[in-house]
Design a binder for this molecule. Structure first.
Ligand code: XIL
Length: 330
């Protein structure tokens, strides 16, 4: 019998996994029940699934995951209400295909937030209200991503999303979620300044979600620590929302198999990372892995096709050296 991951970290933070509804049975379900106490829908709660056409709502996949979390005394993260990706074009266009006005877009956004959050009211611990809204290269936009949301509504879509989400479910924790926050100093600073400004204006943001798609070499532990130090000074909750650790340092590498050497290196790095998270467990309330085991990871197709072996369980769902280094810290 092996130790339970969630039990080992019970005094520190929740341990989550991203799942597809078809992973809630068999061996995968056994692992989820034993080791995890938080779930995120990997895809089925994104706008393109929940509202593929205006006014046509589909909560089937999300409901399956929600029911599983309730049956197994887990919490659930809601991912995600407002994003530039996996969102249908109809949000931004009129019947002729022209961009809609700010008023129309914000109405559609509020309606999506309202229908979705009402459906899941009381069942979601934390919502990723907005996802990936920061892009350091865009100078003219003050570091905000120049998405259709931004082009039509400017920064107001972000503010309105939080204000409305808070109205619909005041009990849910509301997150701003993004990638590269643990690695990119520019992105770290933009997020810090943005959240600070929004909090000053009274916008109801409860926390910052750091995706955490990292690799075997970078970012360094000290770079990650700078982000945790800076963000924790804001006094908001922090969550690691999409952790995985690719064995590749760049896009050109590709290994035929997961060698013993790689397994050891990955285990060493995972142990240092969880140790760091533990140091910040006054602020960090949830550490979610973006998948259960190496048999299913989005990285297999992104950014290039190859096996990345990024998680704590292997392709046959056996605990990897990384798992052992995380549950038995040295
Ligand atoms: C990914 C899913 O894992 C894939 O299955 C899907 O094809 C694309 O989206 N950042 C996010 C997640 O916020 O929603 C993404 O999930 C991974 C990157």
């Amino acid at each position: 019998d092996i130790p339970s991951l969630k039990a080992v970290y019970a005094d520190h933070f929740k341990i989550g996994a991203a799942v597809e509804p078809n992973q809630l049975e068999g061996k995968h379900a056994q692992i989820l029940k034993k080791h995890f106490n938080s779930l995120t829908a990997e895809n089925v709660m994104k706008p393109e699934t929940i509202q593929p056409e205006e006014g046509e709502f589909n909560f089937n996949g999300g409901d399956k995951i929600r029911d599983f979390t309730k049956e197994n005394e887990m919490i659930m993260r809601g991912h995600t209400l407002v994003w530039h990706s996996q969102v249908p074009d109809w949000f931004f266009e009129d019947e002729k295909g022209n961009l809609v006005s700010k008023k129309v877009l914000l109405e559609r956004m509020r309606n999506h937030i309202e229908k979705t959050m009402k459906h899941y009211k009381g069942d979601i611990d934390s919502w990723d209200v907005v996802n990936e809204v920061i892009k350091p290269s865009s100078d003219e936009t003050n570091g905000l991503r120049n998405s259709s949301w931004y082009q039509i509504a400017g920064i107001d879509y972000i503010k309105e999303a939080f204000i409305h989400a808070n109205k619909i479910d005041p009990g849910a924790n509301l997150y701003i979620n993004d990638y590269s926050l643990l690695s990119d100093p520019a992105k770290r600073d933009i997020m810090y300044n943005l959240v600070k400004e929004l909090l000053t204006e009274g916008i109801p943001i409860d926390g910052i979600g750091m995706q955490g798609h990292i690799n075997i070499k970078s970012p360094s532990i000290s770079t990650m620590e700078k982000t945790l130090e800076k963000f924790s000074s804001l006094g908001v909750d922090l969550q690691i929302t999409e952790l995985d650790l690719s064995v590749y340092k760049n896009n050109n590498q590709s290994y035929d198999s997961f060698s013993e050497e790689l397994a050891v290196e990955q285990g060493h790095r995972y142990s240092k990372i969880f140790k760091l998270f533990k140091q910040y467990s006054d602020s960090i309330t949830n550490v979610t892995l973006w998948g259960i085991a190496d048999d299913h990871s989005w990285l297999t197709g992104f950014p290039v096709v190859r096996n990345n072996w990024p998680l704590l369980f292997d392709q046959s769902l056996k605990a990897k050296p990384a798992f052992w280094r995380v549950v038995v810290p040295s």
